[in-house]
Design a protein around this ligand. Structure first.
Ligand SMILES: Nc1ncnc2c1ncn2[C@@H]1O[C@H](COP(=O)(O)OP(=O)(O)OP(=O)(O)O)[C@@H](O)[C@H]1O
Ligand SMILES: [Mg+2]
Length: 166
């Protein structure tokens, strides 16, 4: 069940500093077992967002793109973070072959090119990042969610973000 919350879920980020503020709101609402599916074109800012979220979660690990490793693991005071890049996965079966189920249960998962895995999870938060033709650092972010709890979570993220910008 994908719920696109429309209108209210779109945020325009003018700079990477705004992306960092969104990351702070996302981090504030993450719990072990959460799955965030990140989408957006090459160099849209998926890894950048993960880096900022991990930092706000208190991780001091080096956050790098898991393009070749498929999955990176970082430690944070709140929970382990799994940073996955699904770009090279041919299909969902290849993801299941990674046998990450137990790890996912106790971790916060941030999955780049994750939209192809939407059917593999009952609950997820979707963050799509689109570049804007008129601005090098501007991005349009669309938040979506699957599952009632995640819809509430997205509303919390939006609330925290708008408060931080008030
Ligand atoms: N508002 C912004 N939010 C995020 N990144 C931004 C923003 N403005 C500029 N950037 C820059 O855009 C680049 C985004 O690169 P990044 O590796 O995060 O993209 P990506 O979506 O992970 O790409 P890939 O598809 O290759 O994994 C970085 O160099 C970052 O500094
Ligand atoms: Mg990336």
């Amino acid at each position: 069940m994908k719920q696109n919350l429309q209108n209210a879920t779109q945020i325009r980020l003018e700079t990477e500093a705004a992306t960092d503020r969104l990351a702070r709101s996302v981090a504030k609402h993450m719990r072990a077992g959460d799955v965030v599916l990140l989408s957006g074109s090459l160099a849209a800012g998926k890894t950048t967002l993960v880096r900022h979220v991990a930092t706000w979660l208190g991780s001091t690990d080096r956050i790098s793109s898991p393009t070749y490793t498929l999955a990176n693991f970082y430690q944070s005071p709140q929970a382990q973070i799994i940073h996955i890049d699904a770009y090279r996965l041919k299909n969902a079966a290849e993801f299941l072959d990674l046998a990450l189920e137990e790890e996912l249960e106790r971790s916060i998962a941030l999955i780049e090119w994750g939209e192809c895995l939407a059917d593999e999870f009952d609950n997820w938060i979707g963050i799509d990042i689109a570049t804007l033709p008129e601005s090098e650092t501007g991005r349009l972010v669309t938040l979506s969610a699957s599952g009632p709890e995640m819809i509430t979570r997205v509303q919390g993220i939006l609330g925290a973000y708008s408060e931080a910008n008030a």
